[in-house]
Design a protein around this ligand. Sequence first.
Ligand code: SF4
Length: 343
Amino acid sequence: MRAGSFARQLIAWQKSHGRHDLPWQGRGAYATWISEVMLQQTQVATVIPYYRRFLARFPDAGALAAAAPDEVLGHWSGLGYYSRARNLQRAARIVAQQHGGVFPQDYASILALPGIGRSTAGAICALAYGQPRAILDGNAKRVFARHFAISGWPGTPDVERALWQRAEAELPGEEATAYTQALMDLGATVCLRSRPHCADCPVATSCAALGQGRVAEFPAPRPARTRPQKTVIWLVCRHGREVLLERRPPSGLWGGLWGLPESTADPQQTALAFLGSPPDRVQELPPLVHDFTHFRLRANPIQLDYRRRPVLSGEARWLWLDLADMAQAPLPKPVRALLAGLA
Ligand code: SF4
């Protein structure tokens, strides 16, 4: 299949104007996979230091499969969406057990791994193996929606289907690596979410949104909705420089991370129930607000100081964390921020 002019222009542009110094480029499928998963919800500049630390500690699927889950989460801590880290390790174990430790090359096997969807599988095939597979990450969605004037919010199934059809139709049979990188680079450096640099765009002459003077209309925004608020009380039980943390359930919000014990009713009674003794001092700390995609969390922290360290039953569930050891601990971002204020 010959490349159409859209693909040809992008490929030529990528060679002279694209990004060629990203640390995962040309490093094989494992590195591509880790970077693509990190980039699913996070910007390149944020990802790079996490990626370097992660690869230094877990250089291949075998090392990732064999690591303690807490260590993997600790290396992910701050990136958010922790199910990505848990799925990475589940997938690494499958690679180790079912593929002899070598990352698979065929699209179906890659797509079958936990945490890898259609676009990520396509990106790994194209970037690591040069296979002509379509991608549709956030940048590609924006480029296709604008260039081909595809209306509607990309979160709706019909619009997503139309975008995938376009992504498949434009895919060149050759130079899949340069073409895929070009789509990502164009979205990240030229066809920006706000104020795109259309004067520097290699496909400006054929861009429907630009031609119609409607660039700002594509892609259509998510329909407005009110975000529900969930309020919790966090118990900050302190013994000197130590703070009591509770292991969160393995799935759900911040699954498997260490959080602060929560209370929905009387905080002192809740703390008494698991600590067995009343605190020596109680004080309210400033509230914290953290926005998730589907709701807003408002946490009201209450600090409970203990002169003698209470003895807890069910040790595996609890951790007295010395604030000096916070950097290595797998903590949700707002918990880390709160504890940083105490250190
Ligand atoms: S011309 Fe502008 S809106 Fe169209 S693809 Fe290029 S940067 Fe995006």
